[in-house]
Design a protein around this ligand. Sequence first.
Ligand code: SF4
Ligand code: SF4
Ligand code: FES
Length: 282
Amino acid sequence: MGDPRSLVELTIDGNVVKVPEGSTILDACRREDIDTPTLCWASNLTPVNVCRVCVVEVEGSRVLVPSCSRPVEPGMVVSTDSERVRTSRKMVYELLASSVEMDRADASVHAWMDHYGVRPDRMGDRDEIATVAQPPKVQDDLYVRDYERCILCYKCVEACGDDAQHTYAIATAGRGFAAHISTESDVALPDSACVYCGNCIGVCPTGALVFRTEFDMRAEGTWDEDSQEVTTTVCAFCGVGCNLELHVQDNVIVKVTSPVDHPTASGHLCIKGRFGWQHAQS
Ligand code: SF4
Ligand code: SF4
Ligand code: FES
């Protein structure tokens, strides 16, 4: 980001706004309280521009531009809610939801799908078109990879790699419709380079990566997010001071997340903070 004291003036949805140089259009929208959908973007990851659900119209640009990565420019004229933008965003959701199970996606994803009146059935009958349906990979006691819920947003790969963990245990493999997230040579997770930090779970927007506890409780029909309470505490395993959000259902910790806006860990943890909660309730 450029010198925060230099401001760039642009127009968004008819209003003249000034934002720090180096801001993205998405940053500018957020400052103006203009809600913008995102899937592959996260505040603690580098933008990868793969989902295109955040697109906006920029005057003079032939194509719609991804707001999450395009820096603002002086005099830019941006429309976030034109017919073209709405149609494009709706189409992205419809294409994804026609081939991927979106039922466990974040609440905000469902809110946007409702907002745009998304109808995946317009893409064809689920039983007749290609989908990514496949059995979940249940390979250890800590977490499950349920790739029929994967939209290939790439966030887990970034969290495992350059943006947080630097372990590079997972990457995209295959091409076109066969593209998928995989360990090296598709080995089982316990045989891979994975160190079980769970940072990939923390960023997954669709429930494709879940704690084993959540997976098992959903299978038993006992997972009840509405009854869960979240308590924030400081991890006691070492002196770094990562914040933990303990999700508690019926007095039992069922999963652990970390606040993305906390400066110590920016939402990322190690195996002890993420999965070492059993000692707290033993
Ligand atoms: S748990 Fe950590 S090391 Fe393992 S795949 Fe996920 S991000 Fe990578
Ligand atoms: S597993 Fe989740 S985070 Fe990884 S690419 Fe798929 S949807 Fe994105
Ligand atoms: S959120 Fe901008 S391209 Fe995915």
